[in-house]
Design a protein around this ligand. Structure first.
Ligand SMILES: *Cc1c(COP(=O)(O)O)cnc(C)c1O
Length: 361
């Protein structure tokens, strides 16, 4: 009998996805993005399962410290960098590589007396308008960092794409042009592409690429699934049926009685809910796999349970395996039914859900 709500992690799929991305960006080094607990998969196990990654990226310094404490030896970039002396010192002590995106950070570097200089990623704001320097500030910061004793020379250069998942439109070309113009003449390693940039924009393939979502076997594009690019899902979210009930036409199911049976219905209860990270906004009709067969969610998602219509699933019995997304049911499809994006679904899987590594096959 399968255990209660658990996330089965296919680390072979993870390695496979890295290999696929390398084929798509054959001349680039890969910085595997494992922020937010590796998009809910578990940062340390994912890092350990990617010995072939050239570097990792996390969002915050404490995420980098956790990886070092777990014995991860590859380079680690910290996408938000530091905003205090103490956080800068942590970068130096743990050999973490901050993204430098503000003049305040440049000032902290110039004023620092570090045990060891830090490798930095100088970030241009090429149009996303979140983190990064505008054009003139970028030049000035580059000059200052190039003279700074706290910086291991030379600085690396990066930017981030705001619309790489939109294949039409000119936003990405504009960002790429701006970055190119800005860094022309600087003989530096550069990094631009997230997953969508890597898969869709040849001109974004510089010395380093920074895939996140695609590594986990999920498409960054709104109207594609990962299989279109040969990627395999890493996480399969599963649980089991804990009750089966006969309901009559007219019976209302769950909180608020939102779902009313139109026919006599065989209803199943599966042990997973929003307390596990299953989206509360998943609508009736959202597909769920019971013994590999697609059945519709009915009624509201509760904290620990969901209800499904098993009428077409004659042989289902208590204890049978239920898949919420992953192998056989792309998380992209669930995201569409819940008016969200796959990134959110993966990140929101709560600690109650045990992460179980799939046996090698
Ligand atoms: C999260 C992030 C990435 C990875 O994005 P995906 O869409 O998951 O591939 C790359 N670069 C930066 C700066 C990020 O914040």
């Amino acid at each position: 009998m399968p255990p209660a709500a658990h996330a089965l992690l296919d680390m072979e799929a993870l390695a496979h996805n890295l290999a696929i991305l390398r084929v798509r960006a054959p001349h680039s080094k890969v910085m595997a993005v494992i922020k937010a607990n590796a998009y809910g998969h578990g940062a340390v196990p994912v890092a350990r399962a990617l010995p072939g990654a050239d570097a990792f990226a996390v969002a915050r310094v404490d995420e980098g410290v956790t990886l070092r404490d777990a014995g991860i030896r590859q380079r680690i970039a910290v996408l938000q960098g530091f905003i205090s002396r103490e956080e800068l010192a942590l970068h130096s002590r743990y050999d973490l590589e901050p993204v430098v995106h503000s003049a305040m950070q440049v000032g902290l570097l110039e004023a620092a007396a570090l045990d060891a200089p830090v490798t930095v990623w100088l970030k241009l704001d090429s149009g996303m308008h979140r983190l990064g320097f505008g054009s003139e500030e970028f030049e000035a910061s580059h000059r200052r960092l190039s003279l700074c004793h706290s910086v291991r020379q030379p600085p690396f250069l990066m930017t981030h794409l705001a619309n790489a998942d939109e294949l039409e439109g000119t936003d990405t070309e504009r960002q790429l042009d701006l970055f190119d113009r800005q860094v022309a003449g600087l003989q530096r390693e550069r990094s631009i592409a997230n997953s969508a940039g890597l898969l869709a924009w040849q001109n974004a393939l510089t010395e380093w690429v920074r895939p996140g979502i695609a590594l986990y076997g999920v498409s960054p594009f709104p109207n594609r699934t990962a299989a279109d690019d040969g990627l395999k899902p890493v996480m399969t979210l599963r649980t089991r049926l804990i009750a089966i009930k006969q309901l009559n036409a007219g019976d209302a199911v769950g909180y608020g009685g939102d779902w009313v049976c139109r026919h006599n219905t065989v209803m199943g209860v599966a042990a997973i809910g929003y307390g596990d990270g299953y989206p509360r906004h998943a609508r009736s009709g959202t597909p769920v796999l019971v013994n590999g067969q697609k059945v519709p969610l009915i009624g509201r998602v509760s904290m620990d349970m969901i209800t499904v219509d098993l009428t077409e699933c004659g042989k289902a019995k208590i204890g049978d395996a239920v898949t919420l997304w992953g192998e056989g049911l792309p998380v992209e499809e669930i995201a569409r039914h819940a008016d969200t994006i796959p990134y959110v679904l993966l990140c929101n899987v709560t600690p109650r859900v045990k992460r179980v590594t799939k046996a090698r096959g």
